[in-house]
Ligand binder design. Sequence first.
Ligand SMILES: Cc1cc2nc3c(=O)[nH]c(=O)nc-3n(C[C@H](O)[C@H](O)[C@H](O)COP(=O)(O)OP(=O)(O)OC[C@H]3O[C@@H](n4cnc5c(N)ncnc54)[C@H](O)[C@@H]3O)c2cc1C
Ligand SMILES: NC(=O)c1ccc[n+]([C@@H]2O[C@H](COP(=O)([O-])OP(=O)(O)OC[C@H]3O[C@@H](n4cnc5c(N)ncnc54)[C@H](O)[C@@H]3O)[C@@H](O)[C@H]2O)c1
Ligand code: SF4
Ligand code: FES
Length: 814
Amino acid sequence: MTTTKKKLVLIGNGMAGVRAIEHLLKLSPEGYDITIFGSEPHPNYNRIMLSSVLVGGADLQEIVINDWEWYRENNITLHTGHKITKIDTDRKKVISHQGIEAAYDTLIIATGSNPFMLPLPGADKEGVIGFRDIKDCEIMMDTAKKYKKAVVIGGGLLGLEAARGLLHLGMEVHVVHIHNHLMDRQLDEAASRMLQRDLEAQGMQFLLNKHTAAIKGKRRATGLAFTDGTEVDGDLVVMAVGIRPNVELARAAGIEVNRGIVINDFMQTSVPDIYAVGECAEHRGISYGLVAPLYEQGAVMIKHLVGVETAGYAGSVTSTKLKVSGVNVFSAGRFADTPGTRALKIQDDLAGTYKKIVIQDGKLVGAVLFGDTADGAELFASIKSGESIAGREKEILLGISSDLLGQSSSGNSRLESMSDDEIICGCNGVSKGDIGDAVLNKGCNTVGAIKACTKASASCGGCKPLVEGLLHLYAGDAVGETVKEGICGCTTHSRDEIVAEITRMNLNSTKEVMNVLGWSNPEGCTKCRPALNYYLGMINPEEYVDEKESRITNERFHGNIQKDGTYSVVPRIYGGVTSPADLKRIAEVAEKYDVPMVKFTGGQRLDLLGVKKEDLPKMWADLDMPSGHAYGKTLRTVKTCVGSTFCRFGTQDAIGMGIKLEKAFEGLNAPAKVKLAVSGCPRNCAEATIKDFGVVAIDGGWELHVGGNGGVKVRETDLLCIVKTEDEVMEWSSAFLQLYRENAQWNERTAQWIERVGLEYVKKGLENPEDRLALKSRIDKTLSLTTDPWKQIVETDELRKNFEQLNSAQPVQL
Ligand SMILES: Cc1cc2nc3c(=O)[nH]c(=O)nc-3n(C[C@H](O)[C@H](O)[C@H](O)COP(=O)(O)OP(=O)(O)OC[C@H]3O[C@@H](n4cnc5c(N)ncnc54)[C@H](O)[C@@H]3O)c2cc1C
Ligand SMILES: NC(=O)c1ccc[n+]([C@@H]2O[C@H](COP(=O)([O-])OP(=O)(O)OC[C@H]3O[C@@H](n4cnc5c(N)ncnc54)[C@H](O)[C@@H]3O)[C@@H](O)[C@H]2O)c1
Ligand code: SF4
Ligand code: FES
């Protein structure tokens, strides 16, 4: 007899909700039919890491916690970009704004928070944002390309991390704070002043004790006006003044709501079969805004749901660490001096360190650290344990980091006596047991390996001392050498070592490389898998079979995914020269498939935007034009000016040269995208001097320029050499691109590569004609094997079926 599974619906595809589902899958893998609705168009990602994305420490792909594959593998029905607008508690179903309905036996609400947007005059202007999601991050990155000045309102954790990111993006940043010291919710004044001084040294500017009265500007924000009559300029205003639990949906459904959705110790709301977890919930009067307590709530909730005996959730003590590089700040528990508490402080202005511990009834109840935060994890463990520190206060104040494996008052090592369930890494919900498993069963013998395997210490880094302590506890003498930086957390091998080993041992699959070179994470990650796939193809173009599944998402779909989940289709238009017939065909296809926007790109071609993924192969077939590879790490465009064909200044045929180059290099796999341009005279209308390879015609020849970039960090090219003939242009461009392909790191643009290795290195590599010809013959071999991906899919039944299967899955936007 088949038993029907219970239906579980989760509203909110964020950190707390999906973490709870992970627990459910462990405890009751077959018990529930799970449906998840998320209003963002992304799979579950690590919101914490948005701060790292802004400072270039991670890219959006790297912050995905569970990719689309995970949902599929676990038979979870996922609706991204679907906001639930109604919970019908009588009929036990939820309804999305697009009208999708899903019935539930159990409902979990995990809708998180909304940034609190100060209701100031002008708050609705363009350029006024919060900092909460990928969209906000993208707006900041885009704005920094066009504007120079940013103002952040709020000098808390979020505001300072946003400000650091904007500084990194090249903006001038003012932080406006309502109190007289920063991070007033986490730090006392002494620590806060030290923090301010260090952040000022990084270029951040502060306006303290300021009350914003209005946002200036007409359509777009241009700055702030304060109640004291002063003003500050800013083309971007980021509000980071706290968050508000997202409760409207629950309130409208008649669920009891206070500040957050009111829950009991098992995360049950006032309505039967409806739970709430995460920032949207309020437990014993507290709505938490950090992941560690939310993960704790989720674990208890799921045990309760599946009937595993558990104590109720009793609330959490929290700790925070500011994620700004070059500044170490830690705060935990009740850090303020209040009646009944005693505080011990030590401040070293020379070393720039500060430490305060707060004691009540012989127990540690709070701590603030600045400058040296190594003791943070241990202090936090002591606060949580509630152990007596009577008689040891000064010892603790003077430094207990060496005490990690020392004796606690109970006589056991504190780390040893922790239970396996205890969370070590709050940011990633990694327990002591998970770390033990990584060391004892998965061969991790360095902190880097544990990080790659479990994600412990991968976000704020605050737990690193505890992870180190546990590593020593479990591995003893087998602890590995201090880890040297590998290409990602899965390995300690550098790019050069990997390429050398692939060549030496003739390795020919990503799996083989990972096995042979002892990857700590046998599946690899989004950083190393595409890199290995590229290196293998670059070294062995004839034998290596490209692994589609190791490619970045856009390359798997042969189109750029847009923020609404649709795709863009950009056919190749060699040198920017088109014909009436091609234009007609593009227009017909655009009409036939209801393409919402047709746009000229900066690379002189047409972009059909907003294409449904199921229409892609049909459109490619109807267009019958090669892919423009607008999505890949490959040759993008060759921009040309009209050159001598029509322009009276032109000295050479720029169009002809450009088309020749584009036809030669289209489809070439490269470490990163590659853009070329050809100008017909030094007036340089094709902007060749901000391209990876730029060709500028001069009287009787061509200047060849390399390493330019026009993106976030504009870089003018370096002059490589001057040549006379078109054949020489082809020879030098081929040799240059192959040298770059063979030597650059994965994801490294030519501009970064040349800055790293130096122009002299490049010139040396190319100066000898024999070397040039050898490089050219290697690139020619690779180029002879390239095929047009659209055509291949259109014409090959099996590939088309594979694509359709990929298609029926969720899009991968990150
Ligand atoms: C930049 C930044 C840095 C941070 N750094 C840290 C840190 O270092 N350490 C730390 O502990 N915490 C940090 N946090 C806080 C942490 O990210 C949050 O506490 C955590 O993400 C909350 O998880 P949640 O699931 O409750 O909410 P969320 O992760 O916000 O998930 C809620 C999801 O529900 C969706 N949703 C809402 N309403 C609906 C609806 N009606 N229908 C469908 N979907 C809906 C939302 O779109 C969202 O995707 C940071 C937050 C930010 C923004
Ligand atoms: N490293 C981390 O742990 C981290 C990083 C980012 C965000 N977060 C979490 O995200 C959430 C949001 O962070 P947040 O910093 O916005 O919240 P917050 O409440 O911690 O800080 C907001 C700050 O803004 C100030 N403020 C309030 N009104 C103001 C006004 N009108 N003008 C100027 N300043 C004003 C407050 O004094 C406060 O210091 C929090 O839950 C936080 O814990 C954590
Ligand atoms: S670069 Fe020279 S040849 Fe080309 S369009 Fe400009 S002026 Fe004319
Ligand atoms: S606690 Fe933040 S990375 Fe572990």
